[in-house]
Design a protein around this ligand. Structure first.
Ligand SMILES: *[C@@H]1O[C@H](CO)[C@@H](O)[C@H](O)[C@H]1NC(C)=O
Ligand SMILES: *[C@@H]1O[C@H](CO)[C@@H](O)[C@H](O)[C@H]1NC(C)=O
Ligand SMILES: *[C@@H]1O[C@H](CO)[C@@H](O)[C@H](O)[C@H]1NC(C)=O
Ligand SMILES: *[C@@H]1O[C@H](CO)[C@@H](O)[C@H](O)[C@H]1NC(C)=O
Ligand SMILES: *[C@@H]1O[C@H](CO)[C@@H](O)[C@H](O)[C@H]1NC(C)=O
Ligand SMILES: *[C@@H]1O[C@H](CO)[C@@H](O)[C@H](O)[C@H]1NC(C)=O
Ligand SMILES: *[C@@H]1O[C@H](CO)[C@@H](O)[C@H](O)[C@H]1NC(C)=O
Length: 391
């Protein structure tokens, strides 16, 4: 999603650590189900992974909103430009917890132990299906593109989303917990599949997580592709307001009824379009599907989402963002600034140890890259970048 440097100027050295390694959960009915047998050339399995996480989380001085009136007041303060926001963090606290994370591993036929695994982290307002949007065979399906390029791909529902655990949305569902989970999942997938290189792929809040994973775990990934991302914050206040955030359980009792009031959702399809779509290059059907399948975010995620620099990370980085990204470029990434030709280049400052750094401004694309008509062309750029470096 967006950056909160101006909201919470935290110099978080998220001291999240994975305590015990991960264990296989007691799988549910879908566990190890070889899905989509009609599609040749792939083997996808779905399973829950149980992760024991130990993370240094922020003590946030907020409570779950009693009602929409309270939530809207918080959002108004966060979106204001002339009201200096007090840091809501009053320190850190050690969190030890166990979560169930819904995961999917897809492996192309002929994959060998020297192959490349893509490890994909979705952003806010989506679940894992951001990466397989519109199902197998769809032009919007990134998993298909990765498999076609010969790569295995691991996707999952982040904590608090989809079929994964939904703990406290203020004290637990925070970025430091989530990067500890991601690192644990990397360990786990190594037990499930032999591969040579692992490339982290992020979208939006998932890309922000990649910067923090690189900060904390160094070269955990052999390469990283950060999509829907930049370090530009111009669009931040309009984005905070533009979400039209509502208490998820009250907005959609059918889908979100069991969630605490610390779980939020975009106001509706109008908000989804404004922040995620460049309409002339999208289809109304795709926007409707996005709204119908949208996921929640939590107050803990809303308050802490700034990327951090990763001085010990030295592997290749590729930033891929739509030129019309409203959230990360204020609607136009093709602005030259401080000697760079676009708003993506300055992200290099997060990666001082990286020599192989490049960017791609995707034409006519908004923030939800996978929802745009030229998604296949963007996927080709991404897969080419990976193939050139890792096979
Ligand atoms: C396995 O996947 C197939 C195809 O998606 C589905 O029809 C079936 O119900 C699944 N079986 C289980 C046990 O989840
Ligand atoms: C598909 O993957 C699962 C889980 O990794 C494995 O148990 C199964 O043998 C594979 N099936 C085929 C046909 O390769
Ligand atoms: C928490 O916020 C309240 C106002 O909402 C303030 O009065 C209180 O001092 C804050 N607590 C800390 C520890 O900062
Ligand atoms: C969390 O786990 C760590 C390491 O296992 C331990 O040192 C710490 O005391 C635990 N903290 C809490 C609050 O349980
Ligand atoms: C990758 O593994 C396959 C099968 O084991 C082997 O034929 C191929 O030579 C290997 N390629 C490289 C680049 O090591
Ligand atoms: C984006 O900004 C550049 C530089 O100011 C400008 O040339 C270009 O026309 C802008 N694009 C749009 C769509 O406004
Ligand atoms: C350009 O650089 C100046 C000085 O370092 C900085 O204050 C400013 O935010 C930069 N502008 C952009 C758009 O990054």
């Amino acid at each position: 999603m967006y950056l909160s440097q101006t909201i919470l100027p935290l110099t978080i050295l998220a001291a999240a650590a994975v305590r015990a390694s991960v264990l296989d959960a007691t799988p549910d009915a879908a566990a190890n189900n070889v899905t989509a047998p009609s599609i040749t050339g792939r083997n996808c399995s779905e399973f829950y992974i149980t992760v024991d996480v130990s993370a240094e989380t922020e003590k946030l001085n907020v409570t779950a909103p009693a009602n929409q009136f309270e939530l809207t007041d918080l959002v108004t303060t966060l979106a204001s430009v002339n009201v200096p926001m007090q840091s809501l963090s009053t320190g850190t606290v050690q969190l030890n917890a166990t979560y169930k994370i819904w995961s999917q591993l897809c492996v192309p036929t002929g994959f060998t132990a020297n192959g490349t695994l893509e490890f994909a982290i979705h952003g806010i307002n989506f679940d894992h299906s951001y990466w397989s949007f519109d199902g197998p065979g769809s032009k919007y399906n990134y998993v298909d593109a990765a498999l076609k390029a010969g790569h295995a791909i691991f996707t999952y529902d982040r904590l608090g989303v989809g079929r994964s655990s939904k703990p406290n949305g203020i004290t637990e569902v925070q970025i430091s917990t989530e990067i500890a989970i991601a690192a644990a999942l990397v360990d786990k997938v190594k037990q499930k599949l032999q591969f040579k290189n692992i490339v982290g792929i992020g979208h939006s809040f998932g890309s922000i997580q990649l910067t923090r994973i690189a900060n904390k775990y160094g070269n955990l990934f052999h390469g990283m592709v950060l999509t829907g991302f930049s370090t530009n914050t111009q669009g931040l206040p309009a984005t905070t307001a533009g979400f039209g955030l509502e208490i998820a359980s009250q907005q959609n009792p059918l889908r979100f009824g069991s969630l605490s009031t610390s779980y939020l959702a975009t106001g509706g399809i109008v908000n989804d379009q404004q922040l995620f779509f460049y309409a002339p290059n999208t289809k109304l059907r795709v926007l409707q599907l996005t709204e119908n399948t949208k996921a929640t975010l939590t107050i803990g995620e809303l308050l802490i989402q700034n990327p951090v620099a990763a001085p010990t990370y030295t592997n290749p980085v590729y930033i891929v963002t739509g030129d019309r990204d409203f959230i990360f470029c204020g609607g136009n990434c093709s602005v030259s600034t401080n000697g760079s030709s676009d708003l993506l280049q300055p992200s290099k400052s997060l990666f001082p140890g990286v020599s192989d750094f490049s960017t791609y401004v995707a034409p006519n694309v908004g923030h939800g890259i996978n929802q745009h008509e030229n998604a296949p062309a963007v996927y080709e750029k991404m897969e080419q970048w990976i193939v050139q470096r890792f096979q």
